[in-house]
Design a protein around this ligand. Structure first.
Ligand code: A2P
Length: 276
């Protein structure tokens, strides 16, 4: 008696996206910006996941379908708003328009956040290295603001690699604001290290992650004994260009760390930074 109803119960197809509102926009450089949107009450995600983001079609221009791209959510899982960190590509199908958004504009938000850059996909350990190049910093904005990161690891290292100093977006967050955060401020002060590096101009630290790992300078800079990763204690997440991920993952593997996934947690996890 309970069988026949299930398939007949969906006369109208559920909308694939939430329609949300822009809360604020912050432009870092002519190539980088951040924005936040309202969060639907039913939207659940794990810190570090990504979701599809887009703009409604402009019907006056004959557009029929929205343009959507995957974006890492920069807010922690419990946040009231959803923050995103984006590049601006002048002729990019989405970002050429997205960079023009203003407070109050409508944004489409996918209903199925997912991803591997989550604490559940790495095995327990002592140190968590979060390596991000460019907008690959985005998932660490989420993970490093989640108290779980500090309860699972003794030390959390947010490493941001960029070409130019001005691309070090969120420097104020990681050098100051996070320490005043009511939820993770105390933990961050005791356990978080921000590790920015610049490759194409003078800065207090220079060089690619790969070179900093190979030379052992990363460990020396962080006051870690030894000159390589320790598979017993070190865990890592990588986000950035394909080339960075491939080369850094190869180094991690050569030092004995094994890649993990949601299905099978490991010593490190990877995800390409999406737009760009
Ligand atoms: P570099 O300036 O030496 O290319 P991009 O904007 O190209 O994604 O680069 C962001 C940062 O990532 C830059 O500092 C860049 O260094 C660095 N990078 C690019 N490719 C690699 C790689 N294969 N391994 C490590 N770092 C990389």
């Amino acid at each position: 008696q309970m069988t026949a109803t299930a398939s007949a119960a969906a006369p109208v197809k559920e909308a694939p996206y939430f329609v949300e509102k822009v809360l604020w926009v912050k432009h870092w450089t002519d190539r980088l910006f951040s924005f936040a949107i309202t969060r639907p009450a039913s939207f659940r995600f794990r810190s570090g996941e990504f979701v599809m983001i887009g703009l409604p079609p402009r019907e006056e221009l004959g557009e029929k379908k929205p343009i959507l791209r995957a974006y890492s959510i920069g807010s922690p899982s419990f946040a009231e708003e959803l923050e995103f960190f984006s590049i601006k590509v002048p002729d990019g199908p989405l970002t050429s328009r997205l960079q023009l958004i203003q407070e109050g504009d409508e944004i489409l938000l996918g209903k199925k956040p997912t991803g591997t850059l989550v604490l559940d996909a790495v095995r327990p350990g002592k140190r968590l290295f979060l390596f991000g190049t460019g907008t690959g910093l985005a998932p660490w904005l989420s993970v490093a603001r989640d108290p779980d990161a500090y309860s699972r690891f003794e030390r959390v290292i947010v490493a941001h690699g960029v070409r130019e100093v001005k691309e070090l977006a969120y420097r104020d967050l990681f050098t100051q604001e996070i320490f005043d955060d009511p939820l993770v401020g105390d933990e961050a002060r005791a356990q978080l290290t921000y590790y920015p590096t610049v490759t194409r101009e003078a800065f207090e630290r220079q060089g690619r992650f790969t070179d900093l790992i190979t030379s052992g300078k990363l460990f020396q800079d962080l006051g870690i004994e030894g000159d390589r990763f320790d598979p017993e204690n070190d865990r890592a997440m990588l986000c950035g260009s394909m080339a960075m991920i491939k080369d850094t993952a190869a180094l991690l593997e050569a030092q004995g760390l094994k890649e993990g996934s949601n299905a099978e947690p490991g010593d490190f996890v990877i995800e390409r930074a999406f737009v760009g």
